[in-house]
Design a protein around this ligand. Structure first.
Ligand code: FES
Length: 164
């Protein structure tokens, strides 16, 4: 069964990412018909690079059970190294680093913040208290002491599959 997907996305070179982060934009994309925005309206900061920002029927992201499938022809930004997504409803971060995809549990191991993430250069930063993690989930800077759980990823054509 398909589920509603909430995503944030980013790019090292995309200044809109910083704008979106500051605006706290959380875009909810529906895959079963009805879709909505969980915080800001599209005019307050929707990123035109997020497919279907008005909430149409195809975000290209579907999760079922412990599997997340991402259609890279739709989420094409993920094809570029340095770009990333936070799939809020699946509590998963995914990033492309030099053509390899890494997926991590988005629940920070410090105190459980799950949505205040940024990615820059080589690290995810949890904005709640500043913990930093490398793309494989290892702690680079505390206060977090434990790594983020890493999930397996597999690419087949334009389909990225994450198994949690
Ligand atoms: Fe992430 Fe504290 S919850 S750094």
């Amino acid at each position: 069964m398909e589920n509603l997907i909430a995503t944030k996305s980013g790019s090292l070179t995309d200044s809109r990412r910083k704008f979106l982060e500051k605006a706290g934009v959380s875009v909810v994309l529906g895959t079963i018909g009805a879709a909505f925005f969980s915080s800001c309206s599209p005019t307050e900061g929707a990123d035109p690079n997020i497919p279907n920002p008005s909430g149409g029927s195809s975000s290209g992201i579907v999760f079922s059970g412990n599997t997340i499938s991402i259609d890279l022809s739709i989420q094409s930004r993920l094809k570029t190294s340095g770009n990333w997504l936070l799939i809020e409803n699946a509590r998963t971060l995914v990033v492309n680093v030099n053509g390899s995809y890494t997926a991590l549990d988005s629940v920070c191991t410090h105190q459980g913040c799950a949505t205040n993430w940024t990615f820059s250069v080589d690290r995810f930063t949890c904005a709640c208290h500043g913990s930093q993690f490398d793309p494989s989930g290892r702690v680079l800077n505390g206060p977090a002491m434990s790594p983020l759980t890493q999930y397996s990823t597999q690419v087949n054509g334009n389909k990225l599959t994450i198994t949690r």
